[in-house]
Design a protein. Structure first.
Length: 273
């Protein structure tokens, strides 16, 4: 499983240990996405937004890929990936998934929980699709849970003092701003010429020990946009007040059922491209 011993990255705000705290819950949509893949030979694959790399390796083992590249923009995540055992044909590189391009020579372009962080999904998915060879596959999973109170309360609190002054401009919720409706991805795949496709919105129910654990979940994702711009002391003050308000809004329950929506989409190119 992914490493949980890495310190926070002060530059990009990603803490592999915090992100992987709920590794089991985050693993299910990854493997559900992998389950959409056709049972056909996959030699060359890329994992865009590979994180700590453990699931990249596990997926490569499952599909039998021998030429595998993991791409991520976080130096902290890639440092964790560098700790994995070396293996022939496996490479992890620093890169921006929003601008990633390649010749159409990939059997599989795969991306789990990364696309939501970048804008212009039509343009990005179009570039990713262009890297898929004839007969190849594209598979993407993105969270679509920005309407949950865990997201909305964070933005409202950040607009209040003393946090607003520290932030200057309240950073937007990228998931809310970037993620399209599920049907838009289906339309896009059709426009790109997918021979076959599968698109669905799925609700994952996570039984967390208590309501306040939702804070720890989002601390490793959406709250990073605030931690990057606040002093550690002010951010801890922010988290404490956010926790108080969130528990008041959701109810103090143990366990707490956390419904989390995700979009999974898959498309296959025809053998003629």
């Amino acid at each position: 499983m992914p490493s949980t011993a890495d310190p926070p990255d002060a530059v990009d705000g990603w803490d592999p240990g915090q992100y992987e705290r709920f590794a089991a819950e985050r693993a299910q949509p990854f493997w559900d996405l992998a389950g959409l893949l056709d049972d056909r030979p996959i030699r060359r694959m890329v994992d865009l937004g590979c994180g700590t790399g453990s699931w990249t390796v596990a997926l490569a083992d499952r599909v039998g890929a021998t030429d595998v590249t993991g791409v991520d923009s976080s130096s902290a995540m890639l440092a964790a990936a560098a700790e994995l055992p070396a293996r022939p044909g496996l490479t992890f590189v620093h890169g921006d998934v929003s601008s990633w391009t390649s010749r159409p020579d990939h059997d599989l372009v795969f991306s789990n929980a990364a696309l939501q962080w970048v804008p212009d999904h039509v343009g990005v998915v179009t570039r990713w699709w262009a890297a898929v060879r004839p007969g190849g596959q594209l598979a993407v999973q993105i969270p679509s849970n920005a309407d949950h109170p865990s997201h909305r309360l964070a933005g409202r609190l950040a607009s209040e003092e003393p946090f607003r002054s520290a932030l200057g401009v309240v950073p937007p919720d990228q998931v809310a701003a970037n993620v399209l409706a599920p049907e838009q991805y289906a339309i896009l795949l059709d426009q790109l010429g997918a021979a076959r496709q599968h698109v669905r919105l799925q609700v994952y129910g996570h039984a967390l020990p208590r309501t306040s654990d939702v804070v720890e979940w989002v601390r490793g994702t959406t709250l990073t946009r605030f931690s990057r711009r606040m002093s550690p002391e002010l951010f801890e003050e922010f988290v404490a007040e956010y926790r108080r308000r969130l528990v008041a809004a959701l109810g103090d329950r143990s366990p707490y059922f956390y419904p989390f929506k995700r979009i999974l989409f898959w498309g296959a190119k025809g053998s003629g491209g």
